[in-house]
Ligand binder design. Structure first.
Ligand code: BG6
Length: 363
């Protein structure tokens, strides 16, 4: 049932272009003229979106905050489900609450959902298991269509969550008059290309395995990203911790100098996730601060980024250039591959990491 792969995680990483294409077929009009989301997905009059989740799903929500705010101009709160109820969140009756969960059974996320019922205009869930409790108890459940995910560390569910959240942000932008039909069509065309681009990114397995052999020797590893790549840095660190047991942290690049830079020496690999976008130069200057302290930089960027900033770095991984909005979905692939190959190099149990469960049904 692993389809020729050594681990479910490897199989699920490789399945991403296929499941993403399926999800796009489901949620885009067949002639690519627009979105095919259920009619209830109408953001007219919605004044705020509250996103709540745990773990990797929470990090997908953090990426989505950038999309909803930058593209749709819609204010977003993002909460870890286990914290949400206890901060007594102020909820607008015109707002939507959106719960993201692979399993649809995570106890904290379900409790958070029950907390908002009757207090918001609509309770929406983005779930991978359509028969789950979270799906059943929400006003509208949108399936992520990633297929069954067995590996404890979430991979294809994450990229499918991101894809659906991107479509929701685009719908919000269109409903709020912030996106012309032409701009929407361009974004949808870029999304349609994404499975092919991901296939290309999956080819770098050998390069990643070589780098991972050295990462496996490290005690601590830092991930840096700016803007919508900041949550990806958090996801890179989370994946690595979960399955290789190496201590890893993700930071916003600009935050490095406010504390974590004290950790940098020649033994600390620093993984910089930076497509050549509007924030690239700022991230590069943070990267140079690391190099000045002898940190070993692995730059993950596109060919232009590696060409412009590659001097003096330890290693690089080159991805195709994509629409900047979609970079977090693409950059999930190297984050997953690095964690996977580092865990393989260390000999840990990739699919069943110690102390973790696929679905956590206690609060
Ligand atoms: C965890 C899993 O404990 O639950 C993570 O190990 C996952 O991979 C998190 O991201 C949230 O789970 P779910 O099912 O609500 O997305």
């Amino acid at each position: 049932e692993k389809g020729g792969y050594k681990h479910f995680m490897a199989k699920e990483i490789a399945e991403q272009p296929g499941v993403l294409a399926d999800a796009l077929n489901h949620y885009l009009a067949s002639d690519d003229s627009g979105l095919a989301l259920p009619a209830e997905v109408d953001f007219t009059g919605v004044d705020r979106v509250t996103l709540v989740a745990c773990g990797t799903a929470f990090l997908a929500c953090q990426v989505a905050k950038y999309w909803f705010e930058q593209i749709a101009g819609l204010p977003v709160d993002v909460d870890i489900a286990s914290e949400f109820r206890y901060r007594d969140p102020v909820l607008s009756p015109k707002s939507w609450a959106l719960f993201v969960s692979q399993s649809g059974e995570t106890a904290d996320t379900l409790a958070a959902l029950r907390h908002v019922q009757g207090k918001v205009a609509k309770v929406v869930s983005v779930v991978n298991v359509p028969t789950s409790s979270i799906a059943r108890e929400s006003d509208l459940a949108l399936p992520t269509l990633a297929g069954v995910e067995v590996g404890v560390a979430s991979t294809k569910a994450f990229t499918c969550q991101l894809t659906l959240l991107a479509l929701l942000a685009l719908k919000a932008a269109a409903d709020r008059g912030r996106l012309s039909p032409e701009a929407l069509a361009a974004r949808l065309a870029a999304l349609r290309n994404l499975p092919g681009v991901m296939n290309h990114a999956l080819q770098m397995g050998d390069d990643v395995a070589r780098i991972a052999g050295q990462l496996a020797e490290a005690q601590d590893i830092l991930f840096l990203g700016r803007g919508q790549m900041f949550p990806l840095a958090l996801e890179g660190a989370l994946k690595l911790k979960e399955i290789s047991y190496i201590h890893a942290e993700g930071y916003a690049s600009g935050e490095l100098k406010h504390g974590p830079i004290a950790l940098i020496d020649s033994h600390v690999p620093v993984i910089v996730m930076a497509p050549r976008d509007a924030l690239f130069d700022k991230t590069v200057s943070n990267m140079q601060e690391v190099m000045a302290r002898h940190g070993q930089v692995l730059l993950i960027s596109d060919a232009r980024g590696v060409h412009e900033a590659g001097d003096g770095i330890w290693a690089s991984l080159t991805l195709p250039e994509v629409d900047p909005m979609l970079a977090p979905i693409l950059y999930a692939i190297p984050a997953q591959l690095l964690a996977y190959h580092t865990a393989i190099a260390k000999g840990t149990d990739v699919d069943q990491p110690r102390n973790l469960a696929k679905s956590v049904t206690v609060e």
